[in-house]
Design a binder for this molecule. Sequence first.
Ligand SMILES: [Zn+2]
Length: 381
Amino acid sequence: MILPNALLAATLLAPTVARPAGNSPPVTATQGNALPPIVDLEKAYDSARIAEAGSIPVPAGYGRYCSLSYPSGGFAFDWGDANADPCATMLASTPGGTIARAGLWSKTGGNNIVVRCEDGASVLLYAIEGEPALQQAFNENKTKKKCVFTVAPKSLPVLNAPFSLNDDDVSFVNGFDFARGFTVQTNAGGTSSKVGYKGDAVGYDGHDGMDWPMPKNTTIKAVQKGVVLVARGRNIDKYFPNCPNGSTRTQNEVYVLHVVGTGVYAELFVSYYAHFDSMQVSAGDVVTKGQALGKAGSTGCSSTDHLHLEIARMSNTATMYRRHLRVPATEDYDQTTMIDPYGFSWHAKAGFDPWAWRAIADGRGALSIGLWASGQKPDRD
Ligand SMILES: [Zn+2]
């Protein structure tokens, strides 16, 4: 065999490696010069949790979409039915792209679509029924560069209520607050930087979830199958330094990861439940839909027995394909990707869900999706 010159030179010039003293085994040149592999601990953590959570079946009527970005500034966007693999199909014909977004779209219901092109300088919003929305979003942007297409079905009915809906002792007080620092139009025609889920100006700013007062020891249930990321008592003195004497400062709280669909198209959600009097699960537990997580209470400097529930999107947010899943050691997730699980429903005046896109420059926001399954939507009026 005749070696090409370049390869021959490389072979001859392979570095020599000093053999360690003592009885250590010989070290080859390759081993001696190799750097240890770089392990992305967060990706490894996320992958393990996603596998543990299992897959919640995607309801009928949904397809898969994929938005690819290329180093050249080019992009690709395509969609298909429930079993399509548009990312792989596009990458097979045009290799070298990375997934900017991949997830689910509604074939028959509404979709909200955000298109950002040219480093986010322009943001286009579409809210159209069914497949024409995706086609229109593509057609109107196909001559631009660096476009990323974020699609969210208006509804994906997969979650059950976190308590028995037959329980007449459960009421409702606070809902998700949308505006959070952005001045938007209220449904009454004014403007406010504190706008609640009904489109009204509200006094309670920055509330990421729903509060349901209920008798102590009411059973709180997992909204779907998943894996418990964290179940803990957390000291929240720093948030409520003036907590009255006698209040329970350690807040009992549970975080559960839910995976809807499979592979790169799975949509990830975390449900977060707070103020338990007692908890019945631990980190790492795999729970079934409706499984008891604990008993309602008033821990965490709360003034009344109630459930505080938040839903966070961990996939296809305003700025991320997938958000890391690890819950901070002493904090809640920050407020960047909390959504309204009733969907964004008061858009008459404000237009598109303001929280989903106004803060894109800060890396925040996620499109809300109506997530309650049929017959499982708790009242909130
Ligand atoms: Zn609350």
